[in-house]
Design a protein around this ligand. Structure first.
Ligand SMILES: Cc1cc2nc3c(=O)[nH]c(=O)nc-3n(C[C@H](O)[C@H](O)[C@H](O)COP(=O)(O)OP(=O)(O)OC[C@H]3O[C@@H](n4cnc5c(N)ncnc54)[C@H](O)[C@@H]3O)c2cc1C
Length: 420
């Protein structure tokens, strides 16, 4: 089978790229190992809602049209939106088609799948940044009497046993799961490393209103000083809930979640935590205040001070626990939840484009050592918003333009060499 471009993955990024290629009359297929929106259907926990407001759920030529623009979408709503978009743009998706190998072949590429082999000039990797949960090596030291779950296997507190729970990781996923499990009546300890603290609302507006309007989300990859670091910034401590609550360490601590430092090791059934928690919290508070300063300056410069609530500052993070160890048996811990982030799965990628750490080397999504291969959906790929649904709009336009120019260049090259 032959086509001009193979898009791997029918999540929002692959579907948005499909629309861009259709607009440019570029022949393509979208290969999807499961169904459209597979990650949201199969790999997220049922109670999850987007932490971005509905008004920010938009893809090229389509946006949220419901009656709750300030609400936060449930999983069925996200799936419906993405399936609706795929239908709207008539994306040529081949479902139940897993890519098992990507190799170069002559000037193009060969894509092996469970449903046959495709040959093409260019490939868009839209297979997602969150294919596998990160489970640290220390997991091997967890005693056999303690169950382990990841955000991908977690299906709700009622599926855990009744004993205590240690949640490792305090980014968006970790704080959300710690809160939900604590509310089910199970005692929760939350191990917090470096994190990003954000209030749900600031000066009467959603935090994403500020980030959108003040241009923070549109900061470009070639504008930041330390891009490697910017790409590793953890997801913010936020939850999308109808009550629009803030969910930071202060909220969780006040509700009775025990907060400890980063999990440093487990020996003889005793978990050991880093003593750096006070410093880490100070740093998170400092960065939060710096961001709020930026927002205030932007609002002042734009003459908005009269229209919105006055500036406010939040209480510094109170670090209630100085516990450096937790005996898992004595504390009656029944489950460890690894909320340590995610990584992509490139086990099928046989093109030499990975660095020593297994990351694809690219310039704003243009893969460096494989002409005609493009990447989508990664943190800070081209802009700060790249890993959010709303990031696909501009990113796919830019990369589709690049892909189109490259195809045009190749056609001219072929004609020139045929006429000499
Ligand atoms: C817990 C969580 C919460 C999030 N919340 C938000 C939020 O509130 N707002 C927001 O904007 N973003 C959010 N994101 C970030 C982001 O929008 C999602 O990660 C999104 O799913 C990424 O879209 P994508 O299209 O890049 O990848 P995915 O949605 O993961 O799509 C990739 C597709 O590729 C397929 N695939 C993978 N490998 C293969 C293969 N070998 N062959 C064929 N198909 C393959 C998968 O089945 C999948 O359907 C969240 C992410 C996570 C993990």
């Amino acid at each position: 089978m032959r086509t001009t471009t193979v898009i791997i993955g029918a999540g929002h990024a692959g579907l948005a790229m499909s629309r861009r290629l259709t607009e440019r009359s570029i022949d393509h297929v979208v290969l999807e190992r499961g169904e459209v929106a597979n990650s949201w259907r199969r790999e997220r926990w049922p109670s999850l809602r987007l932490l971005t407001p509905n008004w920010q759920t938009r893809l090229p030529g389509a946006a949220y049209e419901g009656d709750d623009p300030d609400g936060f979408a449930t999983m069925p709503e996200v799936i419906r939106f993405l399936q609706g978009f795929a239908d709207l743009v008539a994306a040529p998706v081949r479902t139940q088609t897993a890519v098992t190998g990507l190799r170069t072949e002559g000037p193009g590429y060969e894509v092996a799948t469970t449903q046959g082999v495709w040959r093409c000039d260019s490939v868009v990797l839209a297979s997602g940044a969150c294919n596998r949960p990160v489970i640290p090596d220390v997991a091997t030291a967890v005693p056999p009497s303690v169950a382990m779950v990841t955000p991908m296997s977690y299906r709700g507190p009622e599926t855990l046993d009744d004993r205590g729970v240690l949640v490792v990781g305090a980014s968006a996923t970790g704080v959300q799961l710690a809160d939900e499990i604590h509310r089910s009546g199970r005692p929760v300890t939350l191990a917090a490393g470096e994190h990003v603290r954000l209030p749900r609302r600031y000066r009467g507006r959603d935090i994403f209103w500020w980030m959108e309007r003040a241009g923070v989300l549109d900061q470009r990859h070639d504008e930041v000083d330390d891009l490697v670091r910017a790409r590793r910034v953890p997801s913010p401590q936020l939850v999308g809930s109808p009550q629009r609550v803030t969910l930071d360490l202060n909220t969780l601590g006040a509700r009775g979640v025990r907060i400890v430092g980063r999990l440093a090791g487990i020996a003889g059934g005793v978990a050991q935590f880093s003593g750096s928690l006070p410093n880490i919290c100070k740093l998170a508070d400092l960065k939060l205040n710096r961001l709020l300063d930026t927002f205030d300056a932007w609002a002042g410069a734009g003459g908005l001070d009269g229209e919105i609530d006055p500036p406010q500052r939040f209480a510094p993070t109170a670090v209630p626990s100085s516990d450096l160890t937790l005996d898992l048996r004595r504390a009656d811990i029944g489950t460890v939840v690894w909320a340590c982030g995610y990584r992509p799965d490139y086990s099928w990628l046989h093109v030499p484009v990975l660095d020593r750490k297994g990351r694809i080397v690219h310039d704003g999504g243009v893969v460096r050592d494989a002409p005609g291969v493009y990447l989508l959906g990664m943190p800070f790929l081209r802009r700060r918003r790249s890993s959010f649904i709303s990031g696909a709009d501009d990113d796919t336009r830019d990369l589709a333009d690049h892909l189109q120019r490259r195809l045009a260049g190749r056609r001219i090259g072929t004609r020139l060499s045929a006429s000499t």
